[in-house]
Design a protein around this ligand. Structure first.
Ligand code: RNT
Ligand code: ZN
Length: 416
């Protein structure tokens, strides 16, 4: 079937495929640098374990160990991903000239200059994350620590990251989403649940007292339910993070990671709930299996439903980022598959007769509402996706995997 024929099939359902493709090209998705090196970064000893309740599993060969390797891998992946891309960096990916290592509280914009150059070369915006984990100063708490020195160190880190985010936004001419997430919490039942939360709140207040332009730097507060080793209590729980964002709307926004809720909760439903109150929100799209396992994003029902809500509520109000890390398969394929699946899910959402569905619901016509939605599941989606890839000058499905295998042979396998 040709694109033309597929287009006509959709037109029968009042869906304009050309308009869908045009809109999809404008929706930015942030590609997370940390899939390429199993969340190690460059500023601490890579042989030390990840901390903060997150974990990568697997030891597939070819992990990027240096900025050059990570950039080479990203360069390859970007060629395989259609659409508007942003890079998403963590502070731990600072790049130091020889002998000028700086600790996290002393990081400067210049430590990210090479990333700015990389983004300029590839036409990317950039998002940023302070790194409150995998560091000797995690005691194991960070922003909620009862130890004043520890807390001060991490507040200073947060402030340094605001300055870096401002620099990234200014250099790249687009907003920088700066996400605050810590793994602060306890393995077992605490005797004081309030103390850490009060300290956390004050610490974020202090970080956000660093001056910045909220039009260009978008601090986010990411919540979590639990992590490995912090099973009993999470300081930055859902209620904490949402309340913080709600009471500080003029300087930060809430971030939902769909791996951070109980297994029967869905982020798709939470998107319009938050957008009824917040002008904008941010998302980390991942795939939890039974827990926050951060598997590669698939073209599955919940990813599609998340994207349907993004499109129906207004994509310009949602900052979209990927967040997963699989070390058990080829990392470039993991990146590419997840990114393309998120684009596919957005396209799927754009190919729904969203206005008509709303009218049917309003009229109480639940019969037709079901019939239309079900029939569209088998509409010729693949033809429209292929056309999108062609228009973006990106390989179609079936055309990119071999190039990654070749890259694996030539580049990854010699990383011993
Ligand atoms: C962890 C959070 C957090 C991290 C990244 C690396 O559970 O989802 O967003 O995955 O910052
Ligand atoms: Zn996340």
């Amino acid at each position: 079937m040709s694109y033309q024929e597929a287009k006509e099939k959709y037109a029968a359902y009042q869906v304009d495929t050309d308009a869908a493709l045009a809109q999809l090209k404008t929706i930015p998705i942030a590609l997370h640098c940390w899939q390429g090196d199993d969340v190690r970064g460059f500023d601490t000893d890579p042989s030390k374990p990840l901390t903060g309740g997150i974990q990568t599993t697997g030891n597939y060969p070819g992990r990027a160990r240096t900025p050059e390797e990570l950039m080479a891998d990203l360069d390859m992946v970007l060629k395989l991903c259609p659409g508007t891309k942003k890079l998403n960096l963590h502070a731990s990916y600072a790049i130091f000239e020889s002998g000028e290592w700086a600790d996290r509280d002393k990081l400067k914009p210049k430590h990210f200059q090479k990333w700015v150059d990389f983004c300029k070369e590839h036409g990317l915006g950039c998002d940023f994350n302070p790194t409150f984990f995998s560091h000797p100063k995690c005691d194991p708490l960070t922003l909620s620590s009862p130890d004043e020195d520890t807390r001060r160190f991490w507040i200073d880190h947060g402030k340094a990251c605001i300055r870096i985010s401002s620099y990234l936004a200014e250099q790249l001419g687009q907003p920088c989403v700066m996400n605050i997430w810590t793994g602060d919490g306890f393995k077992d039942i605490p005797g004081d649940r309030m103390g850490p939360r009060e300290r956390y709140r004050h610490s974020i207040d202090e970080i956000l007292s660093e001056p910045f332009n909220f039009k260009m730097v978008k601090p986010c507060i990411e919540s979590k339910v639990f992590g490995i080793g912090v099973e009993a209590y999470t300081v930055g729980s859902a209620e904490f993070a949402l309340s913080y964002a709600a009471f500080n709307k003029e300087k930060c926004i809430p971030l939902m990671d769909n791996g951070h809720y109980h297994p029967t909760e869905v982020v798709s439903d939470k998107i319009p709930a938050l957008l009824a109150f917040f002008p904008e929100i941010a998302l980390h799209v991942t795939r939890p299996i039974r827990w926050d396992s951060d598997h590669v994003v698939l073209f599955d029902d919940e990813t599609k439903e998340i994207c349907r809500e993004i499109i129906r509520c207004g994509a310009e109000r949602v900052h979209i980022a990927l967040d997963y890390f699989d070390a058990s398969i080829n990392r470039l394929s993991a990146w590419t598959t997840g990114y393309r699946n998120l684009q596919k899910s957005l396209l799927f959402a754009l190919l729904q007769p969203n206005e008509e569905l709303k009218v049917l619901q309003g009229a109480g016509d639940w019969t037709k509402l079901m019939v239309v939605q079900e029939e569209l599941k088998t509409a010729p989606f693949g033809e429209i996706w292929d056309e999108y890839c062609r228009q973006c000058g990106i390989p179609l499905d079936g055309e990119w995997y071999e190039s990654v295998k070749e890259f694996e042979k030539k580049v990854l396998e010699v990383r011993k």
